[in-house]
Design a protein around this ligand. Structure first.
Ligand code: FNR
Length: 384
């Protein structure tokens, strides 16, 4: 369908499902185990209802905010997701440009399929902020060099992923391992080649009766990350090698949000990697709900974001009511750029903006600061 007919994120996803190769779709869509957390990330939003306020003037509504001090047109950002070129030849750059034109911030995956340099060069202006998502390598020196590289390229924050010290078991991905073609060239694999580490040999097991490779694409990509990250060592180390703001991506419970605040980082992303890591990890919006209830003090110490299952403007507004400064989206951006390139990314931003503004007005708010916990309530029944 022409882009002008697209009304919502689901429709963008449907188009992408039709244009993506079987293997690319298996990689993008897959999640851990029985994909319960993937499903519940989405469904948990449907247990939160609004206590909408009326008779409030909502003629002028401004959904803008800031993320780590950087202006953001609406309270969303791109959560870093690997291999955007599986879906479209321009890959990550579609996202950089679409976001740059609309004041939305892109977090670039450590496993992007274009170099961090090419992505930085695609910014619409030198002041366009970019965040860098880091998978810390085992070797501290190699990891520090990567950080130096992105600092020099002008990246503005480090999002350290903490929910993937080892790869989750994603069976759809494992069953459909793909060959990384030159077109899908992966910056990380190239640096590994330089380091003398051979990438896993390409294979296609779908037609073979050999045992499947239990690593899959994700397992291959994550095989060089540090499995021994720790509060005691990793955070002080990261602080010692960069002055950029540090955000921990992949906080999955209240206790760890409290530890992050004590560790003095700038922010956390409540996230379970879009359900791709531990299956039965608590849905992200549920963790945010509990954090708001149990430890409201944490929100004064750092910026709290969440991602996982955000598919509607109402989802964004619910998370903001519960204290999130902004929310991330992973798959929606991958699907939008797969389906329509840069124009799809812009469409995703615009339709989400329209939905956010509508929800804010109808809930009775004209600024993000007016979205408060009392406006959202959890119900015990599951709507059909
Ligand atoms: C991801 N995600 C991810 N996270 C990360 O820290 N580094 C990475 O390289 C990737 N790669 C990646 C690839 C693909 C195909 C997906 C779908 C996801 C997780 C991502 O940042 C984010 O947490 C989730 O995508 C959020 O869930 P939704 O929005 O996809 O439901």
């Amino acid at each position: 369908p022409p882009l002008s007919r697209i009304l919502n994120i689901r429709e963008l996803e449907d188009v992408a499902r039709n244009v993506l190769s079987f293997k690319a779709l298996a990689y993008y869509a897959s999640a851990g185990g029985d994909e319960i957390t993937y499903e519940e990330n989405i469904r948990a939003f449907s247990r939160l209802f609004f206590n909408a306020r009326v008779l409030r003037p909502i003629g002028n509504c401004d959904p803008s905010t800031s993320i780590l001090g950087f202006k953001s047109r609406i309270p969303i950002f791109v959560s870093g997701a690997a291999l955007a070129r599986l879906g479209h030849p321009l890959g990550e750059v579609n996202i950089t440009r679409g976001c740059g034109k609309n004041d939305i911030i892109q977090m670039v995956s450590n496993n992007a399929s274009l170099s961090f340099d090419e992505i930085a060069a695609a910014r619409v202006s030198p002041s366009q902020p970019l965040f860098f998502q880091l998978y810390k390598r085992k070797d501290d020196k190699v990891a520090a060099e990567k950080i130096r590289e992105v600092e020099n390229l002008g990246y503005n924050a480090i999002f350290l992923t903490v929910d993937a010290p080892v790869a989750g078991s994603r069976e759809r991905d494992i069953r459909a391992p793909f060959v990384l073609k030159e077109q899908e060239r992966l910056a990380e694999l190239e640096t590994r080649r330089k380091d003398g580490i051979e990438p896993e040999s390409p294979q296609d097991a779908s037609e073979s009766d050999e045992e499947v490779d239990v690593l899959g694409t994700a397992g291959g990509l994550l095989s060089t990350t540090d499995a021994d990250l720790s509060w005691e060592k990793t955070i002080p180390w990261l602080k010692s090698v960069t002055k950029l703001p540090i955000v921990l991506k992949g906080i999955q419970c209240v206790e760890d949000a409290v530890l992050a605040a004590e560790a003095g980082v700038s922010g956390i992303v409540i996230s379970n990697h879009g359900g791709r890591q531990l299956d039965y990890s608590m849905p992200s919006i549920e963790v945010l709900y509990r954090l708001r209830k149990q430890r409201p003090d944490v929100f004064d110490k750092l910026e709290v974001y969440m991602d996982g299952g955000v598919r509607r403007g109402t989802d964004v507004v619910k998370a903001l009511c519960l204290g999130a400064k902004a929310v991330g989206m992973g798959r929606p951006f991958l699907y939008a750029q797969s389906a329509y390139g840069e124009a799809g990314v812009e469409k995703l931003i615009h339709l989400t903006e329209r939905e956010i503004v509508l929800a804010m007005r109808l809930v009775g708010a004209t600024k993000v600061e007016e979205l408060v916990p009392e406006m959202v309530e959890q119900v015990s029944w599951q709507p059909v």
